[in-house]
Design a protein around this ligand. Structure first.
Ligand SMILES: [Zn+2]
Ligand SMILES: [Zn+2]
Length: 154
């Protein structure tokens, strides 16, 4: 029993070390518009473009597609702690998730659709938002070892 627990811990550690990057390669709005942006790259990867609104300001936000990396590019400045809203830059549909709130701060969350693979949710509070982007049902995603990287295959 003790041996088996130890084995589990060891294999978990090695998996964590192998996961260098997990990138979103396809993200849609709930109506099916493609949100990936080839014109603005972050770390050489296509960013995810959403429309961001804060009070009377609005602009585009380019989300870093790499998990664990938060080099988002925003056209508008939002103070930390403020809550923003996201919508689709193509069809205007709100990306707010009406059924869930942030588990950390209970602010609204946004959801992006990953076709056939689930969805990504994140907090809409600036600052908190930076830390809660995550894949729901991660197990459903197919992982492939690509040289020394593991990428999400969409
Ligand atoms: Zn749309
Ligand atoms: Zn939050």
């Amino acid at each position: 029993m003790g041996e088996r627990l130890k084995d589990v811990q060891l294999s978990k550690t090695s998996v964590t070390e192998q996961v260098r990057t997990v990138n979103i390669q396809t993200a849609h709005c709930p109506k099916g518009c493609d949100l990936m942006c080839e014109d603005v790259k972050i770390n050489g990867l296509n960013s995810i473009c959403v429309k961001i609104q804060y009070k009377d300001q609005e602009g585009l936000l380019y989300i870093d597609p790499e998990f664990g990396s938060y080099k988002h590019v925003s056209e508008i400045d939002v103070p930390d702690g403020e809550i923003v809203s996201f919508s689709c830059p193509h069809c205007g549909v709100s990306l707010k998730n009406e059924t869930e709130t942030c588990r950390t701060c209970s602010a609204p969350v946004f959801t992006l659709i990953l076709p056939n693979e689930g969805e990504v949710s994140g907090c809409l509070r600036k600052g908190c938002f930076d830390h809660t982007l995550n894949i729901e049902s991660f197990e459903a995603l197919h992982l492939r070892i690509d040289d020394e990287f593991i990428k999400v295959i969409m």
